[in-house]
Design a binder for this molecule. Structure first.
Ligand code: NI
Length: 161
């Protein structure tokens, strides 16, 4: 990993730690909370984030975005223990893919993004899009917490929450 990728991973680590801290505070029962329409349960938000993280990691490995290869049981969305295990596994996968790659190859790699309607992106844009995705879902989680009047983890304080 070169310095820029290391810096990006550092940024991503702090973004994902917000939702991870939130997961630590929740009960299995609270994972079933919903808001409005089409947003699924809070537990499904976590499952989705981990799933998409696998998808990004697999895309780096295969130089091509596609269907998620990792099989993830939908029922995991109801279990805090299951979600924590899934979360750690997705993080491990992403970090392993980056660490195991040849740094020069990683830097020059272009990832085929046709699956999501774009041509191809380099590793830095790919990681930025992953962070954008996670930040967007962190924002969605704010709606769940505010709607159900739940307390935010301490790590969210700098964001005024
Ligand atoms: Ni999403």
């Amino acid at each position: 990993m070169n310095e820029l990728i290391e810096k990006q991973i550092e940024n991503w680590t702090s973004i994902q730690s917000l939702s991870r801290d939130l997961l630590d505070m929740l009960t299995d029962e609270q994972l079933g909370l919903t808001v409005g329409k089409h947003m699924g349960t809070l537990g499904e938000q976590f499952r989705h984030m981990a799933r998409v993280r696998f998808q990004y990691a697999e895309a780096i490995e295969n130089k091509k975005l596609g269907e998620v290869i990792e099989k993830i049981d939908p029922a995991v969305a109801k279990s805090k223990t299951g979600l924590i295990e899934l979360w750690e596994r997705a993080n491990g996968k992403l970090l392993a893919v980056l660490k195991n790659a040849n740094p020069g190859e990683l830097e020059s790699k272009m990832i085929d993004w046709k699956y999501w309607g774009s041509d191809e992106v380099n590793i830095h844009d790919h990681l930025n899009f992953l962070m954008d995705h996670e930040t967007m879902h962190n924002g969605e989680m704010i709606v769940y917490l505010r709607t159900h009047e739940l307390k935010f983890p301490k790590s969210w304080e700098p964001w005024g929450l």
